[in-house]
Each structure stands twice: as structure tokens, then as C-alpha cells.
Write a protein that binds this ligand. Structure first.
Ligand code: AMP
Length: 182
């Protein structure tokens, strides 16, 4: 069964309907954005991938997706752009050798890793994830690719939590989000 991709305002409207707000998940006080109903809607999923890819300015060699939901979005965006895909994984998941970058969480730290031999020096990298919150994950991912000698040409998100400072944390980079939540 095939279906057309949604576009423009109809796409954004449908995405807003399909993204589920789950209060207090995974911990009290967090309003979790559940994108699984959006992924299950063929028209919205295809439209979202086309929209992210269509907003990209200039050539991209690699699309990086952040574990785990970033993988789901970044891989089809990479195919739409004719680019390769690089998974950005949590510590200990890649067999290595890895390049790693640590960042701060509210309590403790986390680490993102890539296989640097999949990132040629000078590669133009687009970073894709589902939600931009504090910008900690995306900031560490930028540093990771820059340390590999790549150029981060932009960051694309489905949802930006605009009441958090993610965009300021990523200042100096092209940040695009399909939906901003005030
Ligand atoms: P941050 O590093 O604070 O910008 O958080 C971004 C990462 O955490 C992304 O990989 C998101 O998938 C996830 N995340 C943060 N906040 C939320 C939220 N409210 N709903 C869903 N995912 C979130």
C-alpha cells in the first residue's frame, strides 16, 4: 500500500495531532513527546522526512542520527539527500575504535560516540534528532564531529522545546525545527 506524503500546513497540523504528550515520563516533571503515532502514519512519516530534507541548504555528505529515535529519522533523511548515515551511539554500544564526547546531565554525565573511520575529514554533516530540549546532546554531537575533522552544516529536529535554552546552546549553527513548543 502506498500513500502520498503530506506537505506544508497540512503536514504540520497532522504532526501536531499525532505527537503524543505523556506527562511525567520517564521521570516526574518531564513532558515526554511520543512520536510513535507519527511514525505509524504513512503520509505524515513520508511528509516529515521530505520536509526535513527539503529545508536543508547546500550539500550534505553524512546525516548523523542520535540514539535512538534520531536513527529512525536520520536514515530516511540521508536516503532522501543522497547522503550516508552515521549512528551517534551511547557509550559502549559501538565495537570501536570510537571517538567520544562527554556532556552534563541534570545528575551526572552522558557520553556520545561514533566510529571516526566512517567520518572523512571535511565531511559535511547534518545532525538529526526528534527533540531539542537543553541542547546538551546536540552540543556534544557537534563537538564529536568537529573533533573528527568534519563540518557540521546544520541540525534538524522535529520538535523544539522553545522554553528551554537549546537553541542558545547551539548558537552559531543552523538549527531548524518543524514544530516549536512554547
Ligand atoms: P537535550 O540533550 O536536553 O537537548 O535532550 C535531547 C535528547 O533527549 C533527544 O535525544 C531527545 O530524544 C530526548 N528528549 C529530551 N527531552 C525530551 C522530551 N520532552 N520528549 C522526548 N524526548 C526528549
Amino acid at each position: 500500500m502506498s500513500s502520498a506524503a503530506l506537505r506544508g500546513d497540512a503536514l504540520i497540523h497532522r504532526m501536531n495531532e499525532l505527537i503524543r504528550d505523556v506527562p511525567d515520563f520517564p521521570s516526574p516533571g518531564i513532558g515526554f513527546k511520543d512520536i510513535t503515532p507519527l511514525l505509524a502514519d504513512a503520509e505524515a512519516f513520508a511528509g516529515m522526512v521530505a520536509e526535513i530534507a527539503g529545508r536543508v541548504d547546500g550539500p550534505v555528505d553524512l546525516v548523523a542520527g542520535t540514539e535512538a529515535r534520531g536513527f529512525i529519522l536520520a536514515a530516511p533523511v540521508a536516503m532522501a539527500l543522497g547522503a550516508g548515515f552515521v549512528p551517534v551511539r551511547k557509550h559502549g554500544k559501538l565495537p570501536g575504535p570510537t571517538a567520544a564526547e562527554e556532556y552534563s546531565l541534570e545528575y551526572g554525565t552522558a557520553t556520545v560516540e561514533v566510529h571516526p573511520f566512517t567520518v572523512p575529514r571535511g565531511a559535511r554533516v547534518l545532525i538529526v534528532d526528534d527533540v531539542l530540549a537543553t541542547g546538551g546532546t546536540a552540543g556534544a554531537t557537534i563537538r564529536l564531529f568537529e573533533r573528527c575533522g568534519a563540518e557540521v552544516v546544520g541540525l534538524s529536529f522535529l520538535v523544539e522545546l522553545a522554553f528551554l535554552p537549546g537553541r542558545e546552546v547551539l548558537a552559531g549553527h543552523r538549527v531548524d525545527s518543524l514544530i516549536a513548543v512554547a
